[in-house]
Each structure stands twice: as structure tokens, then as C-alpha cells.
Design a protein. Sequence first.
Length: 384
Amino acid sequence: MKSENSPEPIQGNVGGTDPGPRNIELDRQNPDVLTPPRTDHGTLPNLKFSFAMAHNRLQGAGWARQVTMRELPAATTLAGVNMRLNPGGIRELHWHKQAEWAYMLDGRARISAVDQDGRNFLDDVGVGDLWNFPAGVPHSIQGLEEGCEFLLVFDDGSFSEDATFLLTDWFAHTPKEVLAKNFGVLESDFANLPADIDRTRYIFQGEVPPSLSTDMVSDSYGERSFSCHFSAQQSVKTSGGKVRIVDSTTFPAASTIAVGLVEIEPGGMLEMHWHPNAEEWQYYTEGRARMGVFASEGNARTFNYQAGDLGTVPFAYGHYVENIGRTPLRFLEIFRSPHFQDVSLNQWLALTPPELVQTHLNLNKNVMGSLCKEKWPVIKDMKH
Ligand code: MN
Ligand code: MN
């Protein structure tokens, strides 16, 4: 059998040792790529990339890296950015053509926005909190005392974090006489603008802001909420883990992005299923996973993931996700859709006439008895 420290591409009587050269670190991280299950077959697009492989843009007050269609071509509907803001660090005021959904991974941030009707928004978000800014709505993010790290997801695979509309960029590319006319002041009032013609601030150092109530700007047009605070009660517990669904039904601001926050116990598995409405985009935050993907025409592939990795599942492909580590597996499954939707293989068969199902696969009584009509057997405890 393959040892975890020195895995060899051998399975039973097929394969052979790998004398090298080899990237042993990647081999250890991808045991089911090096030595695939015998059921794998055919050619599939690559369904894995990692933020660890993405160019990192280091700035004065943090960093940002992105995984888009350029890095993971199979993911056409969504793109992701992983960003760090140091204490007081500011992701400058900006907007973009895509909606921005976000999940706070570490620390806390203050976020601001103003919508097209003049309604403003200011909130502090912490670990597990979400926000969603619709396309075109201007906003900013600032790290609080402890700084922060977060995941951003945009509802277009070809998004680029380097192509957002920056406040400094626009000021730098507008004649000062126009700025003066726009604000009804003198050209000389803009003598100290921070940007050179080519430079923007993007992520820059600021002071940690005062308390939220002190920082709030009063608004006669009213306020609008773009955030969603973590609530443990929203989780659906199953025998092998839990799932928390957040989509437009519970978080109206997220009108184009639906998410399942999945936690699977060691040995557990997110059961065989598919999504009838959208391609899946995944971000792994803890643990070790094996995902098997079924592509029809006899084709199937298996991939491995760990914290910091991204996965994707093409539209309607069948798949399962197993926890193959000794600690809980946590990941986000994200869809460009107002609603989270999935079809469970088990539930499908349980709700179909049993004679039809039994005849179809020659199933015995044990299998027929295991079929479950409930919507959430989804995470199975495999210990029994
Ligand atoms: Mn943004
Ligand atoms: Mn799925």
C-alpha cells in the first residue's frame, strides 16, 4: 500500500514506482491524482487551483490575490479574491461591474457603501460574517484593530481585481479644472491629491476608525443593509456534519450568489448529488478532501483539496466530497444563482417507485432500505 510520506503510483497490480524527478509535496497533497480510483476515466478539465499558486499583489497595508477563469478556466461563472488588510489598512473606495459576495475569514473589518438611491451603509463584520455589494454599488473595506482576511467572490469568471473603478484612478485621470468645476472649488484645492498619473492607492494605510456609531454619516434617504451576521441556528445538522445555506431567501442583498457553508466530520461525506441550476465554485478553509466528479460518457475524475484550495464542478456534473483527514473538513460551495439548489441521488431514488429502482440496478434489500426521503441526509456519517 502507498505510504503517506512517500506515495507511489501503484494500485494492486497496476502502476509502478516513481523514481523521480518528482514534486513530492504536490504528490502528498493529491493522492487521488497520483493514484486515482480505478473508476476514474477519460479527460476532464482541471477542477482545482490554489490561492498558493496565484500571484500575490503586496501593498503598503496588506495583500490581494485572485483566482479567475485565467487560472481555473473551468470556472466560468464566478471568480475569487483572497485579501488581507493590516490594522487600519484600507481597500480604497471603488466599484465594479460585478456583484461582490464576501466571507470574513479572520479578524474584523468596517465596510461602507452608498446605493443609487442615496441610502448609505456602514457596518463592522467579523469571522463568519458575510456581505454582498450589488454590481456598480461603490464601497470600501478597512481592517479594524486586529486587521482582517477575507474571501471575495464575483459573479463573473472573467472578473479582474486589477480592473476595478478606483476613486484615486478617476481623480488622477480627470483634469483639475474639471474637478474644480465638479465640486465648485478652486483647482489649487486639489494640489495634494495622492496619486501620480499612473498610480493608485488600491490598498493603503489608514488609522483604525473610531466606534461604528461615531463613524456613521446621517442620511435623509435612509439606510440599506448589505451584510449578514453569522448565526449558528441557521445550520442544518446531519449525522456526519452540518450545512448552513445562505441565499437570497435569507440574505436578500445576495441576489445573484447562493452559498452552502459545509462542515464534514472525519470519515463523513457530502453525499452524491448535483446542482440543477448552476456550476459550483468551492473554497476550502480547513481539513482534507477528496472530490469525485462524474461527467457522463463514462468519464470521471477525482481531485484532492485542503485549506486555501479552490475547486469547481461544471454545471450538472454529479459529485461527492469526502473528509479524508483526521480533523473536520470545512468548505464553501458557491453558485451564481439567487437560490441554492441541489438534487440528492439518494432522495431521487427514495421518491421513485421501488420496483423501478430495484430492477434498474439489481439492488438488494439493504440498499433499498437505506434510501432516504428526507432532504438532508446530505452529509453521511460513514463510521458505521
Ligand atoms: Mn469591491
Ligand atoms: Mn455540490
